[in-house]
Every structure is written in structure tokens, then in C-alpha cells.
Design a protein around this ligand. Structure first.
Ligand code: C5P
Length: 220
């Protein structure tokens, strides 16, 4: 039998990461934050002096294939360097979106993502988990929320970390990122045909987590 996977895809700041991590915790499953892979790849490229554009696609893909990335106790390391905070800035998100539009880079990260599928199961968070990486997953959720809600969520996250932010700029940034992610040729952001859509605009985290768990139970 296949190792179970729950895919949670959706646009920027829809709450996917929080919901996916909580579902994984409740089920005792592993958790794949695929966005972090793109964020780290972008960071590694810039540190290697590679501009993130089509001219450097193959060099960046080569880098991605041998990325010395390590996830340990909730922290993320690139080589020996703890990059957990460096990859969470808005700029790092925008760079990740640019690097993720390069087809060779996406291909280079496939094996790394598949390696997360281990017993007793996996919750995978991203844009193409259900459409491309784990097409046979028994549960695919497309978690979305209005742009206003998402901008507010991101704003509160940043303020709580003591980072100043402007809500209108955040909204413009996330809409730009969504447009790039949805219109790219390879693995565009869109719900899988068999995905269940969950609108997180007016749900608490607990309600969203419970809905995903209910859907998962229905499938057992
Ligand atoms: O989810 P997160 O904001 O960390 O993702 C950063 C960027 O990485 C996204 O805007 C998207 O462009 C890209 N990404 C992707 N495919 C995934 C996960 C993230 O293209 N599975």
C-alpha cells in the first residue's frame, strides 16, 4: 500500500503552512514545507553570485540538486548556517517565486521532495503538491483566502516578530507573487482536479485543521 500523503496547496499567506504543520502534528505524520526548498534555493543562488534569471537556470538547477539543506528541530540549515529567519523575509519569498518559475530548478527539486514520503505518512504544503509532486495523494486540499485576509495575516505575523510592515505593500506583493505563481508554464498554482477547496477567510486555525482531519477520516 502507498504511504499516505495529504497535500495542502494554495496561494501565499492562505494559512497553509500553519494548518499543514498542525495536521501533521495531530496525525503524527512528517511535514514537507516545499516553499522552503525554493526559498533556500534562491538564497543559495544569490550567495553563489548567480542572478535569478533564465540565463542562470541550469547553474541554479545544478546547485539545487546538491543543496546541503537540513531540517532539524524546527530550524532549517544551509550547510552549517541556520537560515530559518533569512528565508522568511518578503524579499526571500519574492526571490523564491522567481526561482520556482525556472523549469529545470523545479525538476531538480522533485527527488528531494519525494524523499519526504515516509511512514507513517506525510503532510505536504506548497503550490503543486497535489498537481505534480504527489498526484496519487488520497487527500488534496486547496486552501485559499481573500487577498485582504491574507495581507492582514501576513501583516500580523511580521508585526508580532517586531518587523515593521505596510499592509498595502504586503497586499500588492502577495498579489504579484500569486500572479507569477499562477501564470507560469510549469506547475502553475491551481487546484488539482480532485482537490477539495477550503476557504480559510473566516475560519480559525482550529476550524481549518478540523475540516482537513474530518476529510481525512472520511477517507479511512
Ligand atoms: O509557500 P512559500 O511562500 O514559502 O513559497 C515561496 C514561493 O515558492 C512561492 O511563492 C512559489 O513561487 C514557490 N513555490 C512553488 N512550489 C511549491 C512551493 C513554493 O513554486 N510547491
Amino acid at each position: 500500500p502507498q504511504i499516505p500523503v495529504i497535500c495542502i496547496d494554495g496561494p501565499t499567506a492562505s494559512g497553509k503552512g500553519t494548518v499543514a504543520a498542525a495536521v501533521a502534528e495531530r496525525l503524527g505524520y512528517g511535514f514537507l514545507d516545499s516553499g522552503a526548498m525554493y526559498r533556500i534555493t534562491a538564497l543559495a543562488a544569490l550567495r553563489a553570485g548567480l542572478a535569478i534569471d533564465a540565463a542562470h537556470e541550469h547553474d541554479i538547477a545544478a546547485l539545487a540538486r546538491t543543496l546541503p539543506v537540513r531540517f532539524a528541530e524546527g530550524r532549517i540549515y544551509l550547510g552549517g548556517d541556520d537560515v530559518s529567519d533569512a528565508i522568511r523575509t518578503e524579499e526571500a519569498g519574492m526571490n523564491a517565486s522567481r526561482v520556482s518559475a525556472l523549469p529545470a530548478v523545479r525538476l531538480a527539486l522533485v527527488d528531494l521532495q519525494h524523499a519526504f514520503r515516509r511512514l507513517p505518512g506525510l503532510v505536504a504544503d506548497g503550490r503543486d503538491m497535489g498537481t505534480v509532486i504527489f498526484p496519487d495523494a488520497p487527500l488534496k486540499v486547496y486552501l485559499t483566502a481573500s487577498a485582504t485576509q491574507r495581507a492582514e495575516r501576513r501583516y500580523k505575523q511580521l508585526i508580532s516578530k517586531g518587523i515593521s510592515a505596510n499592509i498595502d505593500d504586503l497586499r500588492a506583493d502577495l498579489e504579484a507573487r500569486d500572479t507569477r505563481d499562477s501564470t507560469r508554464v510549469v506547475a502553475p498554482l491551481k487546484p488539482a482536479q480532485d482537490a477539495l477547496v477550503l476557504d480559510n477567510s473566516s475560519l480559525t486555525i482550529e476550524q481549518a485543521v478540523q475540516q482537513v482531519l474530518d476529510w481525512w477520516l472520511e477517507r479511512q
